[in-house]
Design a protein around this ligand. Structure first.
Ligand SMILES: Nc1ncnc2c1ncn2[C@@H]1O[C@H](COP(=O)(O)OP(=O)(O)OP(=O)(O)O)[C@@H](O)[C@H]1O
Length: 236
C-alpha cells in the first residue's frame, strides 16, 4: 500500500530524509517512530503530496504520490484535527462522508454510527467551537470511520486524548486492523501505546532508517521503550 524506494528530501542543504526505503502492506498496523526532527512528518507530508521529494520513488497503491489519484482510498488524521468552527459535529462528519460519495440514508446511518463509535453522540449537534480538544479529536476520528478508506494515516493520534480516549482509539484501531484489506500507518511518540497496537515498525533517526520489520521479531522480548532508547543512544 505504501512503497518508498530510496527517497530523499532536502530542505535547502538540510537532508530531512536520506535514502529511506520502506514498505507497508495490506492488513498491517505500521508505526513510524523516531525522536524529534527525525523526519517523520516530512515522510507523512511526502505521502500526502505536501512536499516534493528530492529523489527516489514513493508510491501509494502502486501509483506515484506525484499523481493525486494515488490518494483515492487514503484517509488522514492530523495531530490536531480542525474544521470550520460553525459546523456541528454531525455536519462535519457528514461533510467527510459526502466527500467519499455517500448519500441519503446510507450517509445518515454511517455518520451516526461513526459518531457513536467514538462516544460523542451526546454532542452530535454541538458546534465545533463549543466542544473540548479531546471531543474535537474524537470528531476527527469519526471522519475517518465514515468512509471505507483502505489506508489510514494517523499523525500522533493519541495527543490530546484522555486515558479513556486513548483506550477507545486503541480499540478502534484494533477493530480496523481486523479488516484485512486495510492498512494503518501511525506516526507517534507514545511508544507504550505503539507496542500494543502495531505489528510492524520502522525507526527513523536524522533522516535515516535504523531498523524496520515486525515488532515482535525486532524486540525479541525486550520492551519497545527500552529498545528504542538504546538504539537512539547508540547512534548519537
Ligand atoms: N520546511 C522546512 N524547512 C527547513 N527544514 C525543515 C522544514 N521542515 C522540517 N525541517 C527540518 O527537517 C528535519 C525533519 O523534520 P520533521 O518535521 O520531518 O521531523 P519529525 O520527526 O516529524 O519531528 P517531530 O517529532 O519533532 O515532529 C528537522 O531537522 C527539521 O528542522
Amino acid at each position: 500500500m505504501i512503497s518508498a524506494k530510496n527517497i530523499t528530501k532536502k530542505y535547502g542543504k538540510h537532508v530531512a530524509l536520506n535514502n529511506v526505503s520502506l514498505e507497508v502492506s495490506k492488513g498491517e498496523v505500521f508505526a513510524l517512530l523516531g525522536p524529534n526532527g527525525a523526519g517523520k512528518t516530512t515522510f507523512v507530508k511526502s505521502l500526502l503530496g505536501l512536499v516534493s521529494l528530492s529523489g527516489g520513488e514513493l508510491s501509494l497503491f502502486d501509483k506515484s504520490v506525484s499523481d493525486s489519484s494515488s490518494r483515492v482510498g487514503v484517509s488522514y488524521l492530523p495531530e490536531k484535527f480542525s474544521f470550520h468552527n460553525y459546523y456541528s459535529v454531525y455536519d462535519c462528519v457528514k461533510f467527510f462522508g459526502q466527500m467519499h460519495g455517500l448519500k441519503g440514508d446510507d450517509l445518515h446511518q454511517k455518520v451516526q454510527s461513526a459518531i457513536s463509535r467514538v462516544g460523542i453522540s451526546d454532542i452530535s449537534d454541538s458546534k465545533l467551537n463549543k466542544i473540548s480538544k479531546g471531543q474535537l479529536q474524537r470528531t476527527g476520528i469519526a471522519t475517518l470511520l465514515v468512509s471505507d478508506s483502505k489506508l489510514i494515516i494517523l499523525d500522533e493520534p493519541f495527543s490530546g486524548l484522555d486515558p479513556l480516549g486513548i483506550k477507545d482509539l486503541k480499540d478502534i484501531i484494533a477493530s480496523l486492523a481486523k479488516e484485512e484489506d486495510k492498512a494503518i500507518f501511525i506516526n507517534s511518540h507514545i511508544l507504550s501505546e505503539m507496542e500494543k497496537i502495531c505489528d510492524s515498525m520502522a525507526v527513523l533517526n536524522k533522516g535515516e532508517i535504523l531498523v524496520q520489520g515486525k515488532i515482535e521479531e525486532i524486540l525479541a522480548g525486550e520492551e519497545l521503550e527500552e529498545y528504542f532508547y538504546k538504539l537512539i543512544k547508540d547512534v548519537k
